[in-house]
Design a protein around this ligand. Structure first.
Ligand SMILES: C[S@@+](CC[C@H](N)C(=O)[O-])C[C@H]1O[C@@H](n2cnc3c(N)ncnc32)[C@H](O)[C@@H]1O
Length: 305
């Protein structure tokens, strides 16, 4: 599967693309407003748009650098492509872009948008606040331009620009956005929530969510009339975020860092028809537990056999 998004994303959900398509098909949801309140790299959303599953995609992210990137890519794509074409991908440039990112509140939006893209493509695992590929002395196996393929980045941004009228951007808190925007969209709608992990989200991306925030979000999601799914780390099970709703637990294969290899849980709106876990996940992902709404008794879910 060729990625469409220009952003690499730690914990990106591209591998769930087929899962979302299966759910949309099974539930007769065509030409939907597809909504991501925690959009990040938005890999699934863009795939659904290009494959005409979605008539509109709504991308919300509270991170100013992430939002600035999307806004610039859509509204100033010629300028952004020019910057990509002409930039020299060097450590001196990395330091300049890092300084813009570190002063995100003061930066001009399009400069911040370019800085977000530059750091996303030159940092390890795409972590904006993380370390540069190859290290500051550039003595590693790869150099910082290893993931900065200019022609492909420009191609992806130009293609996005052609879909501009069908991509809506927001820079709001995910809970507030859900209550005031997502819940009120007219027409068939599907919402995919991918909030920061409860545990170990660390500095992968913007994360200011406390457990109380996650609990408030879970209550809001549980009351939505529109169909939705949400993915979380298994801490959601331990904290009983959605005690009465159906879920599956599945293996994930992060490349960010071995410590992040593990499992995720996906919860489903009651209104959704959901197949057996194996049918939903397909052959490339492995279910750890089938569809269930039985509350978790043990403190921790069992490790993989
Ligand atoms: C797990 S990542 C989403 C990854 C995305 N699904 C993908 O495939 O690229 C979580 C995202 O939520 C954003 N975020 C963190 N706190 C937020 C909040 N309170 N409201 C909205 N977005 C938030 C982060 O900036 C980050 O991009």
């Amino acid at each position: 599967m060729v990625p469409h998004t220009p952003l690499r994303y730690p914990g990106g959900k591209r591998r769930l693309n087929e899962v979302v398509k299966r759910l949309l098909d099974l539930n007769g949801l065509h030409d939907v407003h597809y909504v991501e309140p925690f959009a990040g790299g938005a890999a699934i959303a863009i795939g659904l748009l290009f494959e005409e599953y979605a008539s509109y995609i709504h991308l919300n992210d509270l991170s100013r650098p992430v939002f600035a990137f999307w806004k610039t890519a859509l509204e100033q794509s010629d300028w952004l492509c020019g910057r990509i074409e002409n930039v020299r991908v060097s450590m001196a440039e990395w330091r300049r872009q890092r300084a813009i990112f570190d002063d995100a509140d003061q930066a001009a939006e399009r400069d911040l948008g370019f800085a977000a893209l530059f750091l996303n493509r030159t940092n390890r695992s795409g972590i904006l606040a993380g370390g540069v590929i190859g290290g500051k002395r550039q003595t590693g196996k790869w150099s910082l331009d290893a993931r900065f393929g200019k022609p492909e980045l420009i191609r992806r941004i130009q293609k996005l620009g052609r879909y501009q009228s069908r991509i809506k951007l927001y820079n709001r808190d995910g809970l507030e956005f859900t209550q005031n925007v997502a819940a009120n969209l007219k027409g068939p709608t599907f919402i995919f929530f991918d909030p920061p992990y409860i545990e170990r989200a660390g500095r992968l991306y913007l994360n200011q969510c406390t457990l109380a925030d996650h609990q408030a979000l879970a209550r809001c999601i549980g009351e939505l009339a529109k169909p939705w799914i949400v993915t979380y780390d298994p801490a959601a099970l331990e904290h009983h975020l959605f005690p009465k709703l159906r879920r599956i637990v599945y293996d994930i294969h992060y490349t960010v860092n071995r410590r992040y290899r593990g499992q995720e849980v996906m919860y489903f709106a009651d209104s959704l028809r959901v197949p057996k876990a194996a049918d939903l996940l397909g052959s490339r992902m492995r279910a750890v537990s089938d569809l269930s709404r039985v509350p978790l008794r043990r403190k921790k879910i069992p490790p993989r056999a």
